[in-house]
Write a protein of this length. Structure first.
Length: 489
């Protein structure tokens, strides 16, 4: 039997220990899926306080000298979580802090983020090269977003054998931009500071380094792979991405089917599946009771679990909420974000007691309860690289209302898109970036909800789709094999 593929997966966060968004979910779910498919995977992640608490007895693998510039000496530790091997980058002055991985407790960026994630990138490159202090060498170095994106640049300037590199872009809007002066601090040669390198409008861009120097690029959905090659969603790098179009692929994220399963979810009021959808009504009643909404079983409950931001299109909800409630419908919102948007939604809820509830913050149990209890789910994002909540919603028989962008376009099928889509329809899709287009799609969903047979068809179609990580894992393995083969002399 052929030797298994060896993958070093470098990430700035990993669920369930350290998570700020979808990247953490991917890092927590994809490596175990790759291991289940037969690959050897080691995950490199900083030794944050939460990981220190979880793995206090992590064993020392190597002490690594200062790699130059202002990058400090550090240690590499190893811990095991089930089948998953974690390589923990131990540099307390950089990573043993309060706040989030990227933000200080006051909400501002850590002032030394360039050095912190420059170190993570440099160590990832070291471990993927012939200079590694360890015997285990990866075939492929898989990098996640800007925080690890300097690694391909370091590899480019490292002599000798090295792993192939792939960078996954989770969101082009986050690019890791820093003053040009950090180049020397990061021990990178001055010749890489050019447009055909990591220079971006006079600054150092970590993300651009990855996009330029990595062997291949992936995004988290097929549609987003095309969208980032346009001026609208390329965020100034669309020209580079179009030049590298043949090395870009979109692989749709999966979701954790163990954590998100309505048949045995311990966080919801009543378990159900596609053959017992009547039991979903008990979850709707439980959400209404918890949030103080009127007991109106003849009115659909529309759910939102989201960051409350312009990107997520929830200003359109604030603008049209009164009209949606008059359809009639009820609305349950869970999330936080822009203060003005939070207030606009809360003000609308205050003027419609019993019809709209807004909970500012995040509550994992409530998120599951809204997915299970809502009749439809509202997700009108202006752009959405992949999105997870629409897949949770489909899994829970809660047809989503989405805009045709990124992973939303790849997962939600509108019944009005021709004969083929009628057989696979599972939600409602609108095209235009406008509050009116969002309202019209929501009104269609509310009208369709009153047709029990059509609604049941939408629900079952959505629940029949398989969004587990095993599909994504197989696509990544195919990509890794191709990269490994290209490295053979």
């Amino acid at each position: 039997m052929a030797d298994p593929l060896r993958i070093l997966f470098a990430t700035p966060e990993i669920a369930p220990w350290v998570k700020t968004g979808g990247l953490g979910d991917v890092a927590g779910a994809l490596p175990p899926a790759l291991i289940a498919a037969g690959a050897q995977v080691h995950v490199l992640v900083p030794y944050y306080p939460a990981l220190r608490t979880a793995f206090p007895d992590a064993r020392l693998l190597a002490a690594i000298d200062a790699p130059g510039g202002l990058l400090p000496a550090c240690r590499l530790l190893e811990a095991q979580s089930g089948e998953l091997t974690l390589w923990l980058l131990d540099m307390p002055a950089m990573f043993h802090r309060g706040g989030s991985p990227y933000l200080a407790p006051d909400g501002g960026d850590w002032s030394d983020n360039a050095l912190r994630f420059g170190l993570l990138s440099r160590i990832a490159a070291l471990l993927a090269s012939d200079a590694s202090p360890l015997d285990w060498r990866p075939d492929v170095l898989h990098l996640q977003d800007w925080q690890t994106a300097l690694a391909p640049a370091y590899l480019h300037f490292t002599p000798g054998p090295k792993a192939a590199s792939v960078i996954t872009v989770h969101n082009m809007a986050f690019q890791g931009l820093f003053p040009a002066a950090v180049l020397a601090d990061l021990a990178l040669p001055p010749e890489c500071f050019q447009p055909e390198g990591l220079e971006f409008w006079g600054q150092v861009s970590f993300l651009k380094a990855g996009l330029h120097y990595a062997d291949t690029i992936t995004t988290v959905s097929p549609t987003y792979a095309r969208e980032i090659q346009t001026p609208a969603l390329g965020f100034g790098m669309d020209g580079l991405l179009r030049r590298r179009a043949s090395q870009i692929s979109g692989i749709l994220n999966g979701i954790d089917y163990a954590a998100w399963n309505p048949a045995n979810d311990p966080l919801i009021a009543c378990p159900f599946d596609a053959d017992h959808l009547d039991a979903k009504a008990a979850n709707t009643a439980a959400v209404r009771a918890r949030l103080g909404l009127a007991d109106e079983p003849h009115v659909p409950l529309l759910g939102v679990v989201s960051r409350l931001t312009h990107q997520k299109g929830l200003d359109w909800l604030a603008e049209t909420a009164g009209r949606i409630l008059d359809l009639p419908a009820q609305i349950a919102v869970l999330g936080s974000g822009d203060a003005a948007l939070e207030k606009a939604l809360e003000d609308t809820a205050a003027t419609h007691p019993g019809r709209m509830a807004v909970t500012i913050g995040f509550d994992e149990a409530m998120a599951h309860q809204i997915e299970a209890g809502a009749d439809a789910f509202l997700m009108p994002s202006r752009f959405e690289p992949c999105g997870l909540n629409q897949m949770y919603s489909l899994r829970y028989g809660t047809p989503p209302v989405v805009r045709a962008t990124g992973g939303l376009a790849d997962t939600v099928v509108d019944p009005g898109n021709g004969a083929r889509s009628k057989a696979s329809a599972n939600g409602f899709v609108f095209e235009d970036e406008s509050a009116e287009a969002f309202f019209e799609a929501t009104a269609r969903a509310v009208a369709t909800w009153h047709n029990r047979n059509r609604w049941r068809r939408l629900q079952r179609n959505g629940m029949a789709r398989d969004f587990s990580w095993r599909h994504a894992a197989q696509e990544y393995l195919t990509l890794y094999r191709r990269l490994k083969a290209a490295r053979v002399p």
